[in-house]
Design a protein around this ligand. Structure first.
Ligand SMILES: [Zn+2]
Length: 320
């Protein structure tokens, strides 16, 4: 990575005739190319992935045919991510940027400014769910104002069946962008769809019979998972970086008691303080449920999701 400047990479793609149509429609892209020095032929396309689950998905489908870069480093909470000028330039020079509009405003902006036709918005290719079922009564408004830029919940990767829908579309887009490897993209996309389908079945079976179906989570990341497997999510906060109001914490405590919740879920990148206080108050334990917003410390998307399933089954008292 990083041997060739982005402009050169972009040019080499153009030399291959891959993006001619796209660039003709995009004035600034054409100007950039004209100014760039000659690029080496045969360089791979570069695809920028906004954060971990999209990186994983892109890598599965791209295989060896694409250089995949990620904007969110491991261990970094992706909401409110800020981009370096180099990263913005990287978005401009990439063949494609895979992102979810509404999750990371800085990424949305970089894509908009650098040719939206090169953006692959995962939220645009599957059916989305409304932002949050229950409005937080009093919240730090500044903290989650960005959450209201889009009306849907961006955490769609936590439903494997929806994520499989993204995989198919991403395979098609890669095939269009790099026709020489079209067949390979489509085959790898189909394989990824099958792996996600198997995961989806495990969740459906594993969560079929449980003594409670309410999950109290650190932030409202699990709406799609809850929707798919008929669970009820109660998020302590909407934005992982915002402190929930005392009124919200009291409300969650009330629901947790009424629903006989045994476990308050925390996540690695969010402070566990509020969750621990809440757990003590309602006589519950805490356990980590990974919203997969950053690369898991071990394994990958599939294994971390299976870890989540095990955690959920224990917490919800699921049998069979
Ligand atoms: Zn989130």
């Amino acid at each position: 990575m990083g041997v060739m400047p982005y402009k050169a990479r972009f040019l080499s793609l153009l030399a291959g005739g891959v993006l001619l149509a796209t660039t003709a429609a995009c004035g600034s892209g054409a100007a950039q190319t004209a100014a760039a020095p000659g690029g080496a032929a045969g360089d791979k396309p570069t695809v920028v992935a906004a954060f971990y689950p999209l990186q994983w998905l892109t890598e599965q489908i791209a295989g060896q045919d694409v250089t995949v870069q990620t904007l969110t480093a491991p261990g970094v909470e992706p909401h409110d991510l800020e981009l370096t000028p180099q990263q913005v330039a990287g978005v401009g020079g990439a063949t494609m940027t895979v992102y979810i509009k509404g999750l990371q405003p800085a990424v949305d902006e970089a894509v908009e400014q650098n040719g939206a036709d090169k953006g692959f918005d995962a939220a645009a290719v599957v059916q989305t769910l409304p932002a949050h079922a229950e409005e937080e009564p009093e919240g730090g408004e500044a903290a989650h104002e960005h959450e209201h830029e889009v009306s849907y919940d961006p955490h769609l990767w936590l439903d494997p069946s929806r994520f499989a829908g993204v995989a198919t579309k991403l395979g098609e887009r890669l095939a269009e962008a790099d026709p020489a490897h079209a067949q390979a993209y489509k085959e790898r996309a189909a394989k990824t769809v099958a792996a996600l389908g198997a995961l989806d079945q495990e969740f459906t079976k594993g969560l079929a019979t449980c003594s409670t179906r309410s999950i109290v989570t650190a932030h409202e990341a699990f709406g799609y998972l809850a929707n798919r497997y008929k669970l009820k999510q109660v998020g302590i906060s909407i934005d992982p970086e915002a402190e929930p109001s005392p009124a919200r914490v009291a409300e969650v405590a009330k629901v947790a008691k009424a629903e006989k919740v045994t476990t308050i879920f925390t996540e690695a990148l969010v402070s566990t303080k509020v969750a621990e206080v809440l757990a003590t108050e309602v006589g519950a334990k805490t356990a980590v449920l990974d919203p997969m917003e950053s690369q898991p410390s071990g394994g990958d998307y599939l294994s971390a999701m299976r870890g989540n399933l095990t955690t959920l089954r224990t917490a919800l008292g699921c049998t069979a």
